[in-house]
Design a protein around this ligand. Structure first.
Ligand code: OAD
Length: 260
């Protein structure tokens, strides 16, 4: 893939860099997206009807089993060259990440924000990752009485575990349809979008709000917006550059050009 020289010069001259990723980022790692066809016993279920608090209240065991199936898929997956390129870029940029809204005012930073719940960015070595939709490999109390904890994928058809503190069900630590995003994460991401010089949107349909609003904020504030996607999205016509191709190919090429 050919990367325009002007794009490389723009990124090289930038001090505040925000990268936002979506399900397409993990497609080449084999992680099933929400909109992929479900397989096996899950074929007959609509994910949008499993990923809700109502579905969990009605049938916690069914929803938990579906997440165990998804955890297994993620446990089998490895970071792809796109994930690794982003981790390399963060290391090479030698810029700090953002830990608070105030940090977005600093002179230079590099921040990764993901809508993915698979933890593959961290596994690839990215250090500063803001997870907007939670993490599949964690669980928390359905009554929210306690912090989230890590959880292993298990194969059985057992019900969810009980909260050790209040005995309610434990639920996956992900954002379900109809739920708010983690407030602190969204606030930092929104401020970062308003203050970045360069915004990269990678492997996301730019359809699901509020994450999709981040690119709009960056555009409104005059950032250069670069999209990496195999297909056209609502963002494509507004982006400063659209790189049409798989993230696993585009990102290693881009990062090699930036760090040469
Ligand atoms: P989508 O599944 O909506 O979109 C994936 C995007 O990635 C599409 O635009 C594809 O064209 C693109 N794509 C596919 N393979 C790619 C590749 N190899 N390289 C680059 N791009 C590729 O995923 P998201 O936009 O992440 O929310 O969806 C956002 C949210 O919707 C998810 O986080 C989930 C879902 O509802 C929650 O669970 C809260």
């Amino acid at each position: 893939m050919q990367i325009p020289e002007k794009l490389i010069a723009t990124i090289t001259g930038s001090r505040r860099i925000l990268v936002v990723t979506g399900a397409g980022m993990s497609a080449e790692s084999g992680v099933p997206t929400f909109r992929d066809a479900q397989t096996g016993m899950w074929e007959k279920y609509d994910p949008a009807e499993l990923a809700t608090p109502e579905a969990f209240r009605k049938n916690p065991t069914l929803v938990w089993q579906w997440y165990q199936w998804r955890r297994h898929k993620v446990a089998e997956a490895l970071p792809n060259p796109g994930h690794r390129a982003l981790a390399d870029w963060e290391r090479a940029s030698d810029k700090p990440g953002l830990h608070s809204v105030a940090d977005t005012q600093q002179d230079a930073w590099f921040q990764l924000v993901t809508q993915n719940v698979d933890g593959l960015h961290q596994q690839a070595g990215s250090r500063n990752v803001i997870e907007l939709h939670g993490n599949l490999l964690e669980a928390r109390c359905f009554s929210d009485c306690h912090e989230a904890t890590a959880i292993a994928a298990s194969g059985g058809d057992e019900p969810p575990p009980r909260c050790p503190h209040c005995d309610d069900w434990m639920r996956p630590n992900v954002v379900w349809f109809g739920e708010a995003l983690p407030q602190a994460a969204l606030e930092i991401a929104s401020h970062a979008a308003a203050h970045c010089d360069v915004f990269l949107s990678i492997g996301t349909s730019s359809l699901v709000y509020p994450a999709a609003a981040l690119a709009e904020t960056a555009l409104r504030h005059g950032a250069a917006v670069i999209e990496v996607n195999t297909r056209e999205t609502p963002l494509s016509e507004h982006a400063t550059w659209s790189l049409r191709g798989p993230a696993g190919e585009a990102l290693p090429t881009l990062v090699a050009a930036l760090t040469r």
